[in-house]
Design a protein around this ligand. Structure first.
Ligand SMILES: Nc1nc2c(ncn2[C@@H]2O[C@H](COP(=O)(O)OP(=O)(O)OP(=O)(O)O)[C@@H](O)[C@H]2O)c(=O)[nH]1
Ligand SMILES: [Mg+2]
Length: 235
């Protein structure tokens, strides 16, 4: 009887684990974000920003939410390290792509890399969140400007492809994904989502809203896509 009850208890209190990969160019703020998430959700705080070095390989962090464990994989963004990203695609349940919204010079490079992630067949059905980081900096582009910049970049890429190949088929299936793309503004450094000129969320919910809102988004989206998978497989 004890074992039966224990089995029931374990079954009903078990936590499902989901993997989230954090991608983006070097210097975008991925590790700063991971460490901020650890600080906000775990008893042991993450590393302070001044102790964070460029990532050579990967960092991992886990947080526990109601009925769910999110396991984050923060992958190094330097050019040579990006070639290992695809190894994580098969087992991930969500992708976060971090853009440095204050580094206008590297936006084009960022979009090139983002676009190759977005169109990778292995993660076509996986929830994807674009984070416009460094919103604490006055030089940063807003969420709207970041979205427009990407759409403009995408349009010119499409035009170039049409001119070269007269070919739209390959680009076409990405259109839906881009149309439904969620973009959020955060400051991984401060944890806050800034609504210029002051952080509106800060006034209502404390200074950690931006990063928390991103984690909430991930929590909801991985649950929803799991339910869809269950329905598809008739469970
Ligand atoms: N102002 C500001 N600076 C930030 C923010 N997030 C990160 N940074 C700074 O950006 C720099 C790079 O941050 P990292 O977290 O190491 O960047 P990364 O994306 O992990 O870089 P790689 O490991 O090389 O791929 C550091 O100097 C951070 O302090 C932010 O929200 N605001
Ligand atoms: Mg890093």
């Amino acid at each position: 009887m004890y074992h039966l009850l224990k089995g029931f208890y374990e079954y009903f209190t078990r936590k499902e684990e989901f993997s989230v990969i954090i991608l983006g160019l070097d210097g975008a703020g991925k590790t700063t974000l991971l460490e901020k998430i650890k600080t906000l959700y775990n008893d042991t705080p993450g590393l302070p920003p001044n102790k964070i070095a460029p990532t050579v390989g990967q960092n991992m962090g886990k947080i526990t939410l109601p009925s769910t464990i999110l396991q984050f994989w923060d992958l190094g963004g330097q050019r040579g390290i990006r070639s290992i990203w695809h190894r994580y695609y098969d087992d991930c349940h969500a992708v976060v792509f971090v853009i440095d919204a204050q580094d206008r010079e590297r936006l084009g490079e960022g979009w090139e890399v983002f676009d190759s992630v977005l169109s990778s067949p292995k993660i076509l059905g996986v929830p994807l969140l674009l984070l416009a980081n460094k919103q604490d900096s006055p030089q940063s582009l807003s969420v709207e400007e970041i979205r427009n910049d990407y759409e403009e970049w995408y349009r010119s890429k499409q035009d170039a492809a049409r001119r070269s190949y007269g070919d739209e088929v390959e680009l076409e299936h990405r259109r839906d994904r881009i149309a439904s793309l969620d973009v959020m503004g955060i400051s991984a450094l401060e944890g806050c989502a800034y609504a210029f000129p002051v952080c509106a969320h800060w006034l209502t919910s404390g200074p950690s809203t931006g990063v928390r809102a991103a984690v909430d988004w991930l929590f909801i989206r991985v649950q929803n896509s799991r339910r869809r998978d269950e329905l598809d497989s008739g469970r």
